[in-house]
Design a protein around this ligand. Sequence first.
Ligand code: CUA
Length: 334
Amino acid sequence: MPGPLRRACRVALVAAPLLAIGACTRDTPSVVDAKGAAERHVTVLWWPLLWVGTAVFAFVLVMLVAGIVRGRGRSESEARQQARWGEPFIVIGAVVVTGVILTGFFLFSLKEMRAIAAQGQGAALTIHVTGHDWWWEAAYPNGAVTANEIHIPSGERVRLLLDGADVIHSFWVPQLAPKRDTIPGKTNLLWIEADAPGRFRGQCAEYCGLQHAHMGLWVYAQRPDDFAKWMSDQSRPLTAPAGEAARGMRVFMTSTCVGCHAIRGTPAGGTAGPDLTHVASRDTIAGAFLPNNARVLSDWITDPQDEKPGAVMPPTQLSAADLRALVAFLGSLK
Ligand code: CUA
């Protein structure tokens, strides 16, 4: 191997694990850091899979090295002669051991899958979650609808009905539940539960197009009282705004916004984009990709493609005064 190539390989060997470790921040959820009952069924399966897999890998490596060491200095015909007695032993051993391990894990998986499915039956709250290109919609039984930030009561089992609006996405909140596909025309079921209040990162886990990586979400687990208040607040329709926000509402109602977005309590009833009735109560927009503030909203309305190329939302041409008023209106939608 030439010198520079060898050096590059050495750098890669050191850098790869460091990069992998560096990629893990507090906002990078881990499947083995379970924060709810459903996810614990996954970790119960995950660790034995890792250790048995590691043991098999180590055994194969040891056998490989032993073979290389013992075979040194022998001709091919000598080696063949020697190997003959061991062949049936190796074939039978490998098939039987592999079969036992795989069957064992298959049965183990079935047991955990059954346990996960059974526990969802006692859920008191059902939330209808729909995956869109490239954001998440969550509809609550009292009429509240939100986007990308799903609130649940902590310590309670919640049933999710999962649908896809356009292509197949996959709903995945690694610390709370296994992943599940959202498929157009087929409603999938998943239950989640968070042990304690907290904020949990989620991500679309099925490649769904250009902005798949920016199709994130957050689950906010709140104390049951706080959650009940949140859900009731979110179900309220719009109360007529005043001042610049009132002017912004007129801009909203007379521009292309109404074609795609709903604001309950107004004629705006579009369903292609997120429901904006309480958009100002959210921390993020655009698939939890951007922070929700006046500057970002202003840039986003003017040219969504600049922030998120491929986004379904078209650019909107507005005068500076209209844009300011529109952003003030959206900021008033608490
Ligand atoms: Cu939606 Cu990937």
